[in-house]
Design a protein around this ligand. Structure first.
Ligand code: CMP
Length: 161
């Protein structure tokens, strides 16, 4: 029997779609020079995909020292800034935009703590990082930093969700 158009039911469906879309987030991921040198690029991407993060943009590039300094500008007063930017510009890296529900936090969970000695079992840094500097991967830490970091490497045409 025709029930007629139930406006409230439709409103609930739309609300559901909006809240699901809200949870979809994007974050920047970098496989650092040590990760590329160790040939664990495929393994790392596989961990993201298995955990519900989709690669919606990706490229393999080599940063100049100035590129690395621009990317890590927030750390310019830190004692490790010179060494960090030397490391990040010593060889190719793989940069990606990851998309998924709660992508920023999920990526950080998969990566593990900055210092591999403190990283949980099964995390990327626990399994592959050399030390606190050569720690294999980078991930944005907040929505504002994600927006800056994604824009540092990708334009809108290169991101396809
Ligand atoms: P990342 O998550 O890319 O953010 C900043 C980077 O600086 C960090 O990973 C490390 O590569 C590096 N870093 C952070 N703390 C230290 C430290 N105490 N000594 C050397 N490098 C560090």
């Amino acid at each position: 029997m025709y029930r007629g158009f139930d406006k409230s039911e439709n409103t609930e469906k739309i609300k559901g779609k909006i809240s699901r879309r809200k949870l979809l987030e994007r974050t920047l991921s970098i496989i650092k020079p040590d990760g590329v040198e160790k040939k664990v690029v495929g393994e790392i991407i596989s961990r993201f995909e298995k955990n519900g993060l989709n690669v919606v943009a990706m490229k393999r590039i080599k940063l100049s020292k100035a590129d690395a300094e621009g990317f890590y500008a927030v750390h310019k007063e830190r004692p490790f800034f010179g060494s960090l930017t030397d490391f990040m510009s010593r060889g190719p890296i793989v940069v990606m935009v990851l998309e998924g529900e709660g992508a920023i936090a999920k990526n950080r969970e998969i990566m593990g703590a900055t210092n591999p000695e403190e990283a949980a079992e099964g995390t990327i840094r626990k399994d592959f990082a050399t030390n606190i500097e050569e720690n294999t991967v980078h991930g944005s830490d907040a929505p504002e930093t994600a927006a800056f970091e994604i824009g540092y490497f990708f334009n809108a045409l290169e991101i396809n969700g």
